[in-house]
Design a protein around this ligand. Structure first.
Ligand SMILES: *[C@@H]1O[C@H](CO)[C@@H](O)[C@H](O)[C@H]1NC(C)=O
Ligand SMILES: *[C@@H]1O[C@H](CO)[C@@H](O)[C@H](O)[C@H]1NC(C)=O
Ligand SMILES: *[C@@H]1O[C@H](CO)[C@@H](O)[C@H](O)[C@H]1NC(C)=O
Ligand SMILES: *[C@@H]1O[C@H](CO)[C@@H](O)[C@H](O)[C@H]1NC(C)=O
Length: 426
């Protein structure tokens, strides 16, 4: 308590006396987070499986739903290393290729966030996971270079599980902080990543290493999480100057202002906060009108523009429903049509569930386009450093697929085109 009081006093004194405090935050030229914008997508469901992005990988296991594994952990466990490896090699070599990177550049993007699990680098003794992802990460870096795209390496799953989502590799498991075995292995993985990708061979491409994706802030020990961010920062800095990305852990805006703060300690520099924004994961959010959805997005832009750290919105989507098949997990329904959690029916999932492009017309098209444009305005507004859409492509869902949304004209082309101007009134 006392220390933090002294610190915040020191901060307020420093911000008064320091002539140009923002300059201290920046030491290298890999990317100018203060002045330049990132326009990006996530390479979701590629080096780390997600049932909602590629349902066919899970249904191809055969039998009915009771036989389908719910995440990559159980997928590899069920198939065994040999078959899992064969299937995943096939997936990695086809789901995203250099053509996709060329297409991203063509759509006006300059950035790709690449999620990858710890198991691509290090395995726990009894892990069923298979490896081989790093070869594709390295290919992607080459494709990025070729197409003038920047990338983040995003540690999306850590040992023990940090959020309970299937996209951590293992669903409903939140044991990351419960054992030093997990925490030590996480540090080792960060060492592997930082030692390799800090090399000057990559300094025109790799502009961020994200320490952990979406740690569940309401379930984890937040002091331990801040300690991990400090430790992770030191590990990345041991090898060089790659910007260090910390995810907000579902904490309110400004929560991380005093973590890795340059004014408190000039050894901290090039730190970026990654915010994720969706408005479909509760009944209340799903019942918002389009004007309310827009207004929430605009408010986030204002609030995050005033944070201490540079930040980007590293995940967001066009979704106004949670209808995409298995978005809430394999075998689970949707809140929107009251087939999940039972808080009440809002509307039909027909069309959204199967990804019917005809749905995106008339009033529905207006609403989606408004929502996307408002988010672009918010996440590009003066002090926010840009965005990465979740995700580049999906097998069926349209609300979550950047490439399909371009086809239905919900994502503007060029990206700066506005059909509904100045919605945020900044
Ligand atoms: C870059 O593009 C060239 C020309 O299309 C291609 O030959 C080369 O393989 C690409 N490099 C990488 C690393 O993908
Ligand atoms: C974890 O790492 C710490 C620091 O290196 C070490 O003291 C400890 O024994 C390790 N714990 C386990 C369970 O490996
Ligand atoms: C995090 O954990 C809490 C408590 O276990 C849970 O209620 C919540 O749904 C989880 N997810 C998020 C995003 O907070
Ligand atoms: C797709 O949506 C259109 C318009 O709502 C509808 O007429 C058509 O039957 C739908 N197609 C399928 C395959 O459900």
């Amino acid at each position: 308590m006392k220390i933090s009081t002294i610190c915040s006093l020191a901060v307020s004194l420093l911000s008064v006396v320091s002539a140009a405090p923002l300059q201290l935050k920046k030491r290298n030229s890999r990317w100018d987070y203060q002045n330049d914008k990132l326009y990006g997508v996530n390479a979701g469901g590629w080096l780390l499986l997600e049932p909602f992005i590629t349902p066919s990988i899970f249904t191809d296991v055969g039998g009915d739903e009771s036989n389908w594994p719910v995440d990559e952990y159980h997928y590899t466990k069920q198939l065994g290393k040999e078959e899992a490896s064969e299937k995943l090699q096939e997936h990695w070599s086809t789901w995203i290729t250099e053509d996709d990177f060329a297409k991203m550049a063509e759509y006006g993007l300059n950035f790709v966030r690449i999620p990858i699990g710890y198991w691509a680098f290090e395995l726990l003794d009894d892990d069923p996971y298979v490896q081989g992802q790093v070869e594709y990460l390295d290919k992607a870096i080459g494709w990025a270079k070729n197409n003038s795209l920047k990338i983040w390496i995003d540690l999306h799953g850590v040992p023990g599980g940090q959020n309970g989502f299937d996209n951590s590799g293992i669903r409903d498991q939140l044991n990351w902080q419960s054992s030093d075995v997990y925490l030590n292995l996480t540090a080792k993985v960060l060492n592997d990543i930082a030692s390799k990708y800090s090399s000057s061979d990559y300094d025109d491409v790799v502009i961020g290493i994200e320490l952990v994706n979406e740690p569940n802030g309401s379930a984890l020990d937040l002091n331990k999480l801040a300690e991990y961010y400090n430790e992770g920062y030191e590990i990345v800095r041991e090898y060089g100057d790659v910007p260090v990305i910390i995810q907000d852990g579902f904490r309110p805006d400004h929560y991380w202002d005093n973590t890795l703060n340059t004014e408190e300690n000039p050894d901290y520099w090039d730190v970026v906060v990654d915010h994720h924004h969706y408005q479909v994961f509760s009944h209340d959010e799903l019942t918002r009108s389009i004007d309310e959805h827009v207004s929430v997005a605009c408010g986030l832009g204002t609030s995050e523009g005033a944070e201490y750290h540079w930040n980007i919105i590293g995940e967001w989507s066009a979704a106004l429903t949670d209808c995409a098949r298995w978005l809430n997990g394999l075998g689970r329904g949707a809140r929107y049509d009251n087939t999940y959690q039972g808080a009440g029916y809002i509307g039909s999932c027909d069309g959204y569930y199967i990804g019917n492009k005809s749905v995106f017309s008339g009033e529905t098209w207006n609403n989606y386009r408004k929502f996307v444009e408002a988010q672009l305005d918010a996440y590009e507004q003066s002090k926010v450093g840009g965005w990465a859409f979740w995700t580049w492509k999906t097998e069926t869902s349209i609300e979550w697929s950047f490439s399909k949304l371009v086809e239905v004209n919900v994502i503007p082309q060029p990206l700066s085109d506005r059909q509904f101007s100045n919605q945020c009134g900044y």
